[in-house]
Design a protein around this ligand. Structure first.
Ligand SMILES: Nc1nc2c(ncn2[C@@H]2O[C@H](COP(=O)(O)OP(=O)(O)OP(=O)(O)O)[C@@H](O)[C@H]2O)c(=O)[nH]1
Ligand SMILES: [Mg+2]
Length: 460
């Protein structure tokens, strides 16, 4: 038995589709598939050219029956996704045929792949680094074109390249600091303390640029969590529906219609918003409503952005006042709804109570929605997404490691200024480089791999 098991999984989503792909990688992939695949001309699969598509049938040798008519893609090591032999069986898209093909592979010696295991092999076999591997999950979950562009550029290695450059540059300064007085080596350049400090200051600025890109990266990859909150009946669900342009949430004139939170993704000027419609906030009348209201408060707390909806056709009451004091105003846009009811006149709601200028809309006639979208883009990214040039950090894990690296450089620079010993300074710089190495996987803890790849889907 070879050390590396051959693994297999269904790589396309469950359910019916035009085609479904069962994928297998590992040293025995061709042999295992060969046991159950017959080409029309009786040729053996092992004899196929690399990167070829082979027509034939998958048959169950024990039952002696044909399972499906298929095309088998053969990709031989090392120029493949995993750097190992891969076969991809394109079946008809019914779940039964795919399951059957997978079971046959497992019966003939393959093991079921764990989530992300194909990509993990690509990483372990050195084809991509860890940051690139993580971008694969981002490509799958991208919610806007801009998000996809960023993920693809990360897969292409833009972030890894910058991080590797920074890491090497830090190690060079470290070597120079260590070599300072003891010995001279031709490969190590000489830097006095001021020069080392200046070099580190430049590196820190580059780290800072990356850290700052993380906000846009997160917005693009995860979307902006946006909670629509307000009293019952002010039109929260109507606003969700008009922004989505479909009747997603139930709307009635009965206060307390929405009981549970409802989440949908919309795209505003390239910014993905994860919109959350919530149960109206008021003293609950029953247990179910209370649970819904607790969820609304939670959604409000976790939101990046709050749309606080108010009914402009009614004067404010004590509930409105209580609500307004409980809302964190820095991340809130106040929206006065139902302007079709007070057309041309002032809302009956006293806008003097609001900490900033509200947007006036009608969720019913869609009036004011364009202005609302502009306000959202303004608050989230200052009007428009910045040009997506250069590497962008998309994972919180990366942002934290960059910050650790920058903090360590800071300590090293302080050490240089106060005349700390070379060894202690070098130690900080080693830590700074090591944090960066964790991003690309050059320095690694095995547990981390499990955490990262378990977020993947099976078959990727
Ligand atoms: N005239 C007018 N009526 C509206 C507007 N928006 C919502 N409504 C009406 O207000 C009522 C309540 O709307 P919903 O969208 O269900 O309100 P909600 O805030 O989700 O209410 P809860 O789920 O009970 O908290 C419905 O009868 C809507 O048709 C608007 O812009 N103009
Ligand atoms: Mg509702």
């Amino acid at each position: 038995m070879p050390n590396v098991p051959t693994i297999a999984a269904i790589s396309t989503p469950l359910g019916a589709g035009a085609i479904g792909i069962v994928r297998m990688t590992g040293p025995e992939a061709l042999e295992i598939c060969g046991h159950v695949f017959r080409t029309a001309g009786g040729r053996r699969l092992e004899q196929s050219l690399s990167h070829s598509l082979n027509y034939g049938v998958i048959h169950d040798p024990l039952a002696g029956e044909v399972v499906d008519e298929v095309l088998v893609g053969v990709m031989k090591a090392p120029n493949t996704y995993t750097c190992e032999d891969i076969v991809e069986v394109n079946c008809h898209g019914g779940p039964v045929a795919q399951q059957k093909v997978l079971s046959l592979f497992l019966e003939h010696g393959a093991t079921l792949a764990t989530p992300g295991e194909f990509t993990r092999r690509a990483f372990l076999n050195g084809r991509i680094d860890l940051a690139q591997a993580e971008s694969v999950a981002l490509i799958i979950s991208a919610k806007t074109e801009a998000g996809l562009r960023v993920a693809l550029s990360q897969l292409g290695g833009s972030l890894s390249k910058e991080i590797q450059e920074l890491r090497r540059a830090i190690l060079r300064v470290m070597a120079a600091v260590e070599a300072d007085i003891d010995f001279s080596d031709e490969d190590i350049e000489e830097l006095n303390r001021d020069e080392a400090d200046e070099r580190l200051s430049e590196l820190q600025a580059r780290l800072q640029d990356l850290i700052e890109s993380a906000f846009v990266g997160r917005v693009l990859s995860q979307g902006v969590r946006t909670a629509i909150v307000g009293k019952p009946n002010v039109g929260k669900s109507s606003l969700l529906n008009s922004l989505l342009m479909r009747e997603r949430a139930i709307v009635t004139e009965i206060p307390g219609t929405t009981r549970d939170t409802i989440e949908e993704i919309i795209n505003i000027q390239g910014i993905p918003l994860q919109l959350i419609d919530t149960a109206g906030l008021r003293p609950a009348t029953d247990e179910v409503e209370q649970i819904g209201i607790d969820r609304s408060r939670n959604a409000m707390k976790e939101a990046d952005l709050i749309l606080c909806l108010l009914d402009g056709s009614e004067p404010e009451d004590d509930h409105d006042r209580a609500l307004l004091t409980s809302i964190p105003k820095e991340k809130t846009i106040y929206v006065i709804n139902k302007c079709d009811k007070f057309r041309g006149r002032n809302p009956r709601f006293n806008r003097g109570l609001l900490p900033h200028e509200p947007v006036i809309i009608s969720a019913m006639t869609r009036q004011g929605l364009r202005v609302l979208k502009e306000r959202i883009a303004e608050l989230v990214v200052g009007g428009a997404l910045p040009p997506l040039e250069g590497p962008i950090v998309t994972h919180e894990r990366h942002r934290q490691l960059l910050q650790l690296s920058s903090d360590a450089i800071n300590r090293a620079r302080q050490g240089l200024r106060v005349g700390l010993g070379e060894e202690l300074i070098a130690e900080e710089l080693r830590a700074a480089a090591s944090s960066l190495g964790e991003i690309t996987g050059d320095e690694l803890v095995e547990d981390l791999l499990d955490t990262i790849f378990h977020e993947f889907c099976i078959g990727k």
